[in-house]
Design a protein around this ligand. Structure first.
Ligand SMILES: [Zn+2]
Length: 426
């Protein structure tokens, strides 16, 4: 394996120097083990489930991981032993099992402080799509001219309401994507969102079924009154995880990521309380299965892309309620839209006095990457510098108490969400 090691060290250096440009250096890659893997997949011998039946723990899945992370993890996850199926200068594809995704998630978290950190795909073909450069996001004009609408709506953002949502979500034993409580948390959120939007026939709430696992994603749609075909997406992940124990472990996920779902919920509540009707369609999406390789968001973003949905912009909220650094809001600067990030900076300056910093979180660190991968403009405003974020995530101690029992930090992100959806959805 000495040769492979050397190659990974070299590619780590290459990746490090080009990390500001997420699409630099992509090529079609080298098929390290093509004959066996492709033949097995073609013959249906991978243990892959039928699309209609739930996957099993020993079913095969394919992960795309940055070479930089493989090098940084050295021998962990047996990376020194595993042979990639395919590889280019930035990314390697490995075949693993569904059960191994939890172990990789845990290692990514504890060694590299990542939430996610890789993509998991149901087929080798889907994984190999990540070897190609992502399509360029559509350029658009960003304007800030909705002050009369935004300012009164921002006054309605309620810290106590955010806290209530976090408490309700954190009360599930866990929201693990393959557990009963994880599935129940999705149905609960569907009901919660339906309740808050009743009386608004232009708002619908639905479950997005993934098929392979129990937990569904939840989508609240505010239909646009002028251009309903244009869609603005605000998202966060519903699932939580703690270690390798899956559905047996206690994983309140109060910050990771009940705080993001609470920001979405509060934004939707403000839309209803203010009577606001957007010109474009606004969708709030609570993704299943982020912690297992961005699986829920990837299926949804791929689905939107395949259906030609005109997504105008995507804003991800993943960890909003732990103030670990001096500034208020940190814009993640890699694998995002630079143009939309610049707009967000101006938006925050126009409507708040919050201090904004920037930080990086690496390959596939949260669901925004699923949209970036499909050529959509996505951004992630984050709670702290990447190495100063909440140290309790992915444990039984990710509780609201770690944020002082309040939502004062998440409150800022809810204001950003409201300003964003109005200026983008006009
Ligand atoms: Zn997260």
């Amino acid at each position: 394996m000495g040769g492979l090691r050397t190659f990974l060290v070299l590619t780590f250096m290459a990746a490090a120097t080009s990390s500001a440009a997420p699409d630099a250096g992509f090529d079609q890659g080298v098929d390290v083990r093509p004959a066996i893997a492709t033949a097995r997949e073609a013959a249906g011998m991978t243990g892959r489930r039928l699309a209609s039946s739930p996957e099993r723990a020993d079913d095969a899945v394919w992960i795309s991981v940055s070479n930089a992370d493989v090098a940084a993890l050295k021998g962990e996850f047996d990376f020194s032993r595993r042979v990639p199926v395919s590889q280019n200068s930035l990314v390697s594809i490995f075949e693993v099992t569904v059960a191994e995704l939890d172990a990789l998630s845990d290692i990514m978290h504890h060694r590299l402080r990542k939430c996610g950190g890789f993509f998991a795909h149901p087929t080798l073909r889907a994984a190999k799509a990540d070897m190609a450069e992502p399509p360029l996001a559509m350029a658009r004009a960003y304007e800030i001219d909705q002050r009369e609408t935004v300012v009164p709506m921002l006054k309605l953002v309620d810290e106590a309401a955010i806290t209530e949502t976090i408490k309700r979500l954190a009360a599930f034993k866990n929201r693990y994507y393959r557990s009963e409580t994880g599935a129940a948390s999705a149905r609960w959120l569907r009901d919660y969102w339906q309740e808050l939007s009743k009386g608004r026939p232009d708002i619908t709430v639905e479950l997005f079924r993934h098929g392979g696992w129990a937990q569904e994603s939840v989508i609240l749609t505010v239909r646009g009154k002028a251009e309903p075909g244009k869609v603005v997406v605000l998202g966060g992940h519903l699932d939580s995880i703690a270690g390798w124990g899956g559905g047996d472990n206690v994983a309140p996920g109060a910050d990771d990521d009940a705080s993001g779902i609470a920001v979405l919920t509060e934004s939707a509540r403000v839309i209803v309380a203010s009577g606001y009707k957007p010109g474009s369609t606004v969708k709030f999406i609570a993704y299943a299965a982020e912690e297992a390789g961005l699986r829920g968001s990837r299926e949804i973003a791929d689905n939107f892309k395949q259906n030609g949905v005109a997504v105008q912009g995507v804003l991800q909220f993943d960890m909003t309620n732990y103030r670990g650094s001096a500034d208020d809001i940190y814009l993640i600067a890699d694998n995002v839209s630079e143009a939309q990030n610049a707009f967000l900076g101006k938006l925050i300056a126009a409507y708040t006095d919050y201090r904004v910093g920037t930080t990086k979180c690496g390959y596939a660190c949260s669901d925004h990457a699923s949209w970036t991968r499909n050529g959509y403009s996505a951004s992630l405003p984050f709670e702290a510098k990447f190495d100063e974020d909440n140290p309790n995530i992915h444990t039984a101690n990710d509780t609201l108490a770690q944020s002082g029992g309040n939502s004062l930090h998440a409150f800022k992100f809810a204001k950003v969400a409201v300003a964003y959806l109005v200026e983008m959805g006009k």
